[in-house]
Design a protein around this ligand. Structure first.
Ligand SMILES: Cc1cc2nc3c(=O)[nH]c(=O)nc-3n(C[C@H](O)[C@H](O)[C@H](O)COP(=O)(O)O)c2cc1C
Length: 342
């Protein structure tokens, strides 16, 4: 059975995953404006043991019309985490999310993120302290474990017992970083073991994967990170599959249009870093063409925006949807298409 519905679920059961350096307000707004996306998440806000920065926290609560907002906090200082929860909830976050998954060594060294999976007692105390300070949706996003996934269900149950209303699961361990493939069976096991809604996350690259994850694991919703950078239309494609509508099939010009929207956004946000920020997204966006390695190599060499734009335009302008890997499923590229013949 699917669990109770969370903010944003009335629009769609999809989440844009929190991504450090990527899911800033403008990017969230760009994707939320499209159909099919229920919740957008901020990247983690680090709550240090030294102090809180209430103003900085409030500034993270930037809503995007068209989707509910989840604000993620990361830390293990009980009082500060509780204070942070109250501040972001009062500032208008629809969901306050605890990061129990970040695998970065600089984070783990401080005993936060995925390291909290090694300290169940502290994890429980942090979640219940956060619970005590909001009546709204309190959520946690967890990995399957630190160096062992055997305790994944135990961690999820503990998070639920401490008062979380929803759990998002990225079924890799800290030691995996992003290696291998997410083990969706862990999502299914957790779904069977808790009563709060479970959101599945990990390696949803195509719209059909999201439906398959839901079918195979019973999860209530699906969270997508890198897949939405590669294919920013994935949420509306999922929506089309769910509703039985024709699948939106972006063309090369649509991809270029998305690139232009990103460029304009970064130009305003961080004029000195526009090219760097765009290149971060191109690592994924370039994968829509079958010769992506070559395109990526060329774009990474570009020094300035006009050059970068020209390289992309040369490859993508006028390209037909059938020649791009933006269908509902993988392995559907037109075999005789010009992209492959080239
Ligand atoms: C660049 C990048 C930054 C990330 N930053 C965060 C973060 O701030 N908080 C978090 O919980 N997860 C973070 N993640 C993990 C994603 O939210 C997600 O769990 C992971 O990418 C697996 O999902 P995917 O296969 O759909 O990308 C990040 C992932 C990437 C690629």
């Amino acid at each position: 059975m699917f669990g109770p519905r969370w903010p944003g679920a009335e629009k769609a059961w999809t989440f844009l995953a929190p991504m450090e350096g990527i899911t800033h307000p403008a990017f969230r707004a760009l994707l939320a404006a499209r159909p099919g996306l229920g919740v957008v998440c901020t990247e983690f806000v680090r709550i240090c043991s030294t102090g809180l920065g209430a103003r900085h926290l409030r500034e993270q609560v930037v809503r995007a019309p068209g989707a509910a907002l989840s604000v993620q906090v990361m830390g293990n200082h009980i009082e500060h985490m509780a204070d942070a929860t109250e501040i972001v909830a009062q500032a208008g976050a629809d969901l306050v999310d605890l990061n129990v998954g970040c695998p970065a060594p600089r984070v783990v060294r401080k005993g936060v993120g995925s390291a909290m999976l090694r300290d169940p007692e502290l994890l429980s105390r942090v979640v219940s302290a956060m619970r005590g300070r909001t009546r709204g949706w309190l959520t946690a996003k967890m990995r399957a474990g630190f160096d062992d996934a055997a305790g994944a269900v135990r961690s999820a149950r503990l998070i639920e017992a401490a008062g979380a209303n929803l759990i998002a699961v990225h079924p890799r361990r800290q030691v995996d970083f992003f290696a291998g493939v997410s083990d969706w069976r862990i999502i299914a096991e957790i779904k069977r073991s808790v009563s709060v809604p479970v959101i599945g996350n990990g390696d949803v690259w195509y719209a059909a994967d999201a439906l398959r994850m839901r079918r195979e694991t019973g999860c209530d919703g699906v969270m997508i990170g890198r897949g939405a950078l590669r294919n920013p239309w994935i949420f509306e494609q999922i929506d089309a599959l769910v509703r039985g509508l024709p699948l939106p099939r972006p063309s090369g010009d649509d991809v270029l249009g998305h690139f232009d929207a990103l460029a304009a956004m970064f130009g305003e946000l961080a004029p000195g870093r526009t090219v760097g920020l765009l290149k971060e997204q191109l690592r994924y966006l370039c994968r829509v063409v079958p010769d992506s390695a070559e395109l990526l190599r060329r774009t990474m060499r570009a020094a300035a925006l006009p050059e970068l734009r020209a390289i992309l335009a040369e490859r993508l302008a006028g390209e037909r949807p059938e020649a791009l890997d933006l269908g509902a499923e993988g392995g559907q590229l037109e075999r005789s298409g010009s992209a492959l013949a080239a």
